[in-house]
Structures are given as C-alpha cells and as structure tokens.
Write a protein that binds this ligand. Structure first.
Ligand SMILES: CC(C)(COP(=O)(O)OP(=O)(O)OC[C@H]1O[C@@H](n2cnc3c(N)ncnc32)[C@H](O)[C@@H]1OP(=O)(O)O)[C@@H](O)C(=O)NCCC(=O)NCCS
Length: 117
C-alpha cells in the first residue's frame, strides 16, 4: 500500500556554499560514507550531492509522520544501471521508489513510500 509521497528541490549554489563554508562538517551531518564515496569529485559533483540532499528531504516528506528520521538514517545509492535507490540505517517497514534529476543550477527528487506489510 502506498503510504506517502514527497518531493524536494535544491538550489545547487546553496549546497556549494554550505560545503565550502562547513566542509566535512556539513558533509558528515547530511551524508553517509558510502554516499560520499559513490559521488566522485568531478563533473556534476555538487549537482549529485544536491540531488541526494533533495532525495533525503523527499523521503522524509513521504514518511515522516510515521517514522521520524535524521538525514543520515537515509542512504541514497545507485544500482549498476545508474538508477538511484533508497535504504535505511534503521529497521523501517517501508520501501521507497525514488527518482532524481539535476541540471546546472537545481536538483529535484521525488519519493513514493510503500508499506512492506
Ligand atoms: C537515465 C536517463 C533517463 C537520465 O536522464 P538525464 O536527463 O541524462 O539526467 P537527469 O539529470 O534527468 O537524471 C540523472 C539521474 O537519473 C538517474 N538514473 C540514471 N540511470 C537511471 C535509470 N536507469 N533508471 C532510473 N534513473 C536513472 C540517476 O539518479 C541520475 O543521477 P545521478 O547520476 O546523480 O545518480 C538518461 O540518461 C537515459 O538513459 N535516457 C534514455 C534515453 C536515451 O538513451 N537518450 C539518449 C539518446 S537520444
């Protein structure tokens, strides 16, 4: 059963400024080690970070009523074919369907939450 939907949009410049100002402190408050390793330091680095930040916010919007979550409880990674997916660091009875997109200045993510049982 679908139990929630969430969407979020990030301005890349804002993400870039936060990372430049707070450096690893910002990254570790928002992202897990696996997520940072998944995003190479290269082309589209800030866009891909922004997209994952948006994805986490979208997931929180989709399920926060039932499951209070910190950003680092949520793990956004990519399948071999490039498609993003979401898992949790906590035991949560919800499957997330996720889609993300990014252009130069913005990143957007949409999450649909389905209760597993
Ligand atoms: C996957 C695809 C849809 C991505 O679209 P895009 O406009 O290049 O890029 P977007 O910014 O909208 O989306 C990028 C995100 O799509 C997601 N994505 C990548 N592969 C995906 C897939 N197989 N399924 C779902 N999502 C996918 C990723 O999360 C990616 O972001 P990330 O690399 O930061 O994780 C596109 O590359 C594609 O394969 N299109 C098929 C049609 C085609 O081949 N066109 C080119 C010939 S004209």
């Amino acid at each position: 059963m679908i139990v929630g939907v969430g969407i979020d949009m990030i301005k890349i410049e804002k993400m870039k400024k936060a990372i430049q100002k707070w450096k690893d402190g910002f990254l570790s408050r928002v992202f897990n080690k696996e997520e940072i390793e998944n995003i190479y330091q290269g082309k589209m680095y800030y866009q891909r970070l922004g997209a994952r930040f948006a994805a986490k916010e979208a997931v929180i919007k989709a399920i926060s009523k039932e499951h209070p979550l910190a950003l680092t409880d949520i793990l956004i990674l990519n399948k071999e074919n490039g498609a993003p997916y979401c898992t949790f660091k906590k035991d949560i009875d919800v499957k997330i369907f996720l889609s993300i997109t990014h252009i130069e200045d913005y990143a957007v993510a949409c999450a649909v939450a389905e209760k597993k049982s």
